[in-house]
Design a protein around this ligand. Structure first.
Ligand code: ADE
Length: 225
């Protein structure tokens, strides 16, 4: 998979890809992530990429021309399955979207900033608008990092233990059951006996029940999806 991220703040997007699972996925050659600084695609002085909104109003808007130049130069090199715009008014990211995006070849992610981007960019180029939740971030960069993490860890070969993504919370519309590790007792706090029993069918049944109980208590909405 190849992911191209268009941003005015590439430095904000460095560290998520330099540690742990995402770093390993890149080192293994399973995914390529390329940052494109929007300021490299403007001919205006001071590398200007934003301007005041027509009609008045507070806040700057990212201009269409540098975004068009950047997207066009990428599209001249290869086909893209999706051109995604990170925005709080997009569709809220969930596991189903992450699953389906983990199967595609090439994605462009455009990070909004300030008041957002000129609407003509959204109308003409964007194929999907994604939000990471009903709150407003300073820009789309951290949201793009969340989206990339949720996708990349699902690509086959990225996680060492192939089954572990399959048992994640949300993978089957259930929250994950509780987990424990050593010691089996700490200051009187005990691990449930069943997990120490070695009876694997019973352990599986216990986990399924706990996952269901937890979902019913904390996220009953998931059971109706
Ligand atoms: N940009 C600003 N806030 C955002 C959000 N909640 N999701 C995606 N992109 C954003």
């Amino acid at each position: 998979m190849r992911i191209d991220i268009i941003t005015v703040l590439p430095e904000l997007l460095k560290s998520p890809f330099e540690a742990s699972i995402l770093k390993r996925a890149i080192e293994k050659g399973i995914v390529e992530v390329h940052m494109h600084n929007l300021r490299d695609y403007t001919d205006l002085s001071y590398n200007q990429v934003d301007d005041y909104q027509f009609g008045g109003g507070a806040g700057m808007v990212l201009m269409i021309e540098p975004i068009d130049k950047c997207i066009s130069s990428l599209k001249a090199e290869r086909d893209y399955d999706e051109i995604i715009y990170m925005t709080p008014d997009g569709v809220t990211l969930n596991q189903k979207t992450a699953n389906s995006l983990s199967l595609v070849e090439n994605i462009i992610i455009l990070c909004g900033h300030y008041k957002g981007v000129d609407q003509r960019v959204r109308d003409a180029y964007i194929t999907k608008e994604i939000s990471v939740g009903d709150y407003v971030l300073s820009g789309g960069e951290l949201a793009a990092a969340i989206l990339c993490d949720s996708i990349i860890r699902l690509i086959p070969g990225v996680l060492g233990n192939e089954t572990s993504a399959l048992t994640d919370t949300f993978q089957d519309n259930l929250l994950a059951p509780p987990v424990y590790t050593r010691p089996s007792e700490y200051k009187g706090l005990k691990v449930p006996d069943v997990l120490l029993s070695g009876n694997f069918p019973k352990i599986e049944e216990w986990r399924e029940n706990k996952a269901y109980e937890r979902t019913k208590t904390l996220r009953p909405d998931l059971l109706n999806e």
